[in-house]
Design a binder for this molecule. Structure first.
Ligand SMILES: *[C@@H]1O[C@H](CO)[C@@H](O)[C@H](O)[C@H]1NC(C)=O
Ligand SMILES: *[C@@H]1O[C@H](CO)[C@@H](O)[C@H](O)[C@H]1NC(C)=O
Ligand SMILES: *[C@@H]1O[C@H](CO)[C@@H](O)[C@H](O)[C@H]1NC(C)=O
Length: 509
C-alpha cells in the first residue's frame, strides 16, 4: 500500500508495546461479562463504500484509469537524470535535483476529467506558476495550474507535461523548472521537456470510482454495483450459516441521497433500505458503520480520501456535519428491529485525529443516536496509530450501551512478515488475547473485534493451516463481550471472502 500505510504500521507496533500488563483482567473474568446475545457478524465491505482491491472490475470501464484521484506520479528528467521534487515538501519552488524518489518527489493527482489534472505535493500545496517558474505554494486548488500528461506513443513511461497556460514544462537546470516550451519535437534524451514517469501509488475508493466515471456514467455503474454485489440471497446465506448480524460500512454522502455532492452519486440509501428489509426478513441484526466521514478520518481509500489527505475533525463545522449524518441514519432506521448498533466512525487515525476532537465528536454523536433510540448500541472505534488502548474508557464509562471496536489483522506490520503458521496462531492466543483482555473490563464498555480475517503473510499455506488460523481467531475473538465481524463477505481475494471460506469449508461456525 501507500507510504502512509507504512508509517501507520510502525505506529501500530509502537501501540502494541504500549499495552500495560498491570491493568489486565483475567479472561475467565471477561467471560462472565458475556451478553446474552453476542454478535457473530460479517462486514458487507466494498458495497456502499467502494474498494477497488475487493472488486477490481468495478474500475475496469474508467477511461484513462491509471490516472485517478490520489494517483502518485514521479517524474525523472531525461536531461538532469534526476527527479522533480517539491523543495522542502512544498511551500516553495519545484526542482529537478533528486537522485531518488519518495514523498517530496511524488505528485498526487486531482482528476478534473480523463486527461486534465491538478498536482498536489507532499505538504498539500498545489502546483502552480510564479512568472514562468513552477512552484507549489498555494493551498487553494483553484489557484493552481491544470496539466495534461502527454505520453510518447508506444511508450508507457516517457511523457511531457503540458500546463494550462499552453506551455510544456522543462527541467532547465537542476534547480529551475519552468513552463515555457511552446513547441516540441521528438523524444530525445537531450530534450529537457521529456520525463520518465513512474506511478508510485494508487487509490481506488468511492471518490476515485465516481469521479473516474464522471457524472454521466457513474450513476449507472454504481447502481449496477449496488444491486448486484450484495443481494437478498446473501442475507439468506448469512442467516443460515451461523451468523446473526452484518456490519455495513457506509459513507457520509448517503445522508444527502438522492443528490449527494459530486462526484458521489445517489442510490446507496435505497440499497441500505433493502438491507434493512432483508435483515428483518432473515432475522439478522445490523451494525451501521460510518466508514467514510467527510474529509476522511484516516487518508485511506476506504474512507474515501481523494488524495491521501486526512481532514476530518479539524473544524467544528465538519464535526457537526458528521453528527448530522448519524442523526439522519438513526432517525431513519430506529424503528427497525434490525438496527442493533451505530458505529460513529471507523478507524480514526492518530495523530491526525486528536483524542480531544474525537471525544468531542463521540459525545455529540452519542447524543444524536440517543435522540432516536434508547436501545441501539453506540460503537466507538479505537484510534489507529499512536494511542492508548483504553483512552476511550473515561468517555465510554459514562455512556449507556457503549462498545469499543478494535481491528485485528496479522498484516500491515513488519513483525508479521516472517512469521510461520504456528507463530501466527500463537500470536492470536498470546498477544491478541492479551490486547483484548486489556480492554475487556467488568464495568466498562463492551468489546467488539469489528474486523478480522483469516489471511496472513504466510505463502502457500494449506487448507488445514488456514482452518487452524481461523479457529484460533474464533476462539479468542469469541471472548469479545459484544462480538466480532469478519472482513468481508465478498472479495475477489478468496480468504477475504467469508462466503468463499464457508462454502469451501475453511471456516465452520
Ligand atoms: C497552507 O496550509 C498550511 C497548513 O495548513 C499553512 O501552514 C500555510 O500557512 C498555508 N499557506 C498559505 C499560503 O496559506
Ligand atoms: C536542490 O535545489 C535546491 C534549490 O537550489 C537546493 O536548495 C537543494 O539543496 C538542492 N538539493 C539537492 C539534493 O541537490
Ligand atoms: C507477543 O507476546 C509475547 C509474550 O508476551 C512477547 O514476547 C512478544 O514480543 C509479543 N510479540 C509481538 C510481535 O508483539
Amino acid at each position: 500500500m501507500h507510504l502512509m500505510m507504512r508509517n501507520c504500521v510502525n505506529l501500530k507496533i509502537w501501540l502494541l508495546n504500549l499495552v500495560t500488563l498491570s491493568s489486565i483482567l483475567s479472561l475467565s473474568h471477561g467471560r462472565t461479562l458475556h451478553q446474552e446475545f453476542q454478535v457473530r457478524a460479517v462486514n458487507l465491505g466494498g458495497w456502499l463504500v467502494a474498494e477497488g482491491w475487493m472488486k477490481p472490475s468495478l474500475f475496469d470501464g474508467i477511461p484513462n484509469k491509471d490516472f485517478l484521484d490520489g494517483t502518485g506520479l514521479q517524474f525523472k528528467s531525461v536531461t538532469t537524470r534526476k527527479y522533480l521534487c517539491a523543495e522542502s515538501g512544498g511551500g516553495t519552488i519545484i526542482v529537478a535535483n533528486r537522485t531518488s524518489a519518495s514523498g517530496w518527489e511524488t505528485f498526487s493527482l486531482w482528476r478534473l476529467n480523463e486527461d486534465t489534472f491538478r498536482f498536489r505535493v507532499f505538504n498539500k500545496q498545489f502546483v502552480g506558476l510564479d512568472g514562468i517558474n513552477i512552484v507549489a505554494v498555494s493551498n487553494i486548488s483553484t489557484d493552481s495550474l491544470t496539466f495534461n500528461v502527454v505520453k510518447e506513443s508506444g511508450s508507457s513511461s516517457r511523457v511531457r507535461i503540458k500546463a494550462s497556460n499552453g506551455y510544456f514544462l522543462q527541467a532547465k537546470t537542476e534547480d529551475l523548472v519552468t513552463a515555457d516550451v511552446s513547441e516540441v519535437k521528438g523524444w530525445g534524451d537531450d530534450d529537457p521537456s521529456v520525463f520518465v514517469m513512474t506511478i508510485a501509488g494508487r487509490m481506488q475508493g468511492e471518490f476515485q470510482v465516481t469521479n473516474g466515471y464522471g457524472p454521466t456514467k457513474a450513476p449507472q455503474v454504481m447502481k449496477e454495483h449496488w444491486s448486484s454485489f450484495i443481494v437478498e440471497d446473501d442475507f439468506k446465506f448469512i442467516a443460515s450459516d451461523g451468523l446473526n448480524a452484518v456490519r455495513i460500512p457506509i459513507g457520509w454522502w448517503i445522508a444527502s441521497d438522492p443528490t449527494p455532492p459530486p462526484p458521489y452519486v445517489g442510490g446507496s440509501l435505497n440499497a441500505l433500505d433493502n438491507a434493512f428489509l432483508w435483515a428483518q426478513k432473515y432475522g439478522l441484526k445490523i451494525i451501521l458503520d460510518l466508514h467514510a466521514a467527510p474529509g476522511s478520518q484516516n487518508g485511506y481509500e476506504h474512507s474515501s480520501s481523494r488524495d491521501g489527505s486526512q481532514e476530518w475533525g479539524k473544524t467544528d463545522e465538519n464535526i457537526h456535519q458528521t453528527v448530522q449524518v448519524i442523526d439522519f441514519l438513526t432517525a431513519r432506521y430506529a424503528k427497525s428491529p434490525s438496527l442493533y448498533a451505530v458505529e460513529l466512525i471507523n478507524e480514526p487515525l492518530s495523530p491526525g485525529v486528536t483524542l480531544e476532537r474525537l471525544i468531542k465528536y463521540y459525545k455529540a454523536g452519542y447524543e444524536a443516536v440517543r435522540k432516536h433510540s434508547s436501545t441501539a448500541y453506540v460503537v466507538l472505534s479505537n484510534r489507529l496509530g499512536p494511542s492508548n488502548l483504553r483512552e476511550l474508557f473515561p468517555l465510554a464509562n459514562g455512556l449507556m450501551r457503549s462498545v469499543i471496536d478494535v481491528h485485528y489483522y496479522n498484516l500491515y506490520q513488519d513483525v508479521f512478515n516472517d512469521m510461520n503458521v504456528q507463530q501466527n496462531i500463537d500470536f492470536i492466543y498470546n498477544n491478541r488475547s492479551l490486547q483484548l483482555s486489556t480492554i475487556t473490563t467488568s464495568n466498562g464498555p463492551l468489546t467488539f473485534v469489528g474486523e478480522w480475517v483469516a489471511e496472513w503473510q504466510v505463502k502457500g499455506a494449506t487448507k488445514e493451516e488456514y482452518q487452524r488460523f481461523a479457529k484460533a481467531q474464533l476462539d479468542v475473538y469469541g471472548r469479545a463481550t459484544f462480538g466480532w465481524a469478519y472482513w468481508a463477505f465478498k472479495n475477489v481475494n478468496n480468504h477475504w471472502s467469508l462466503e468463499w471460506m464457508i462454502t469451501n469449508g475453511y471456516i465452520e461456525l
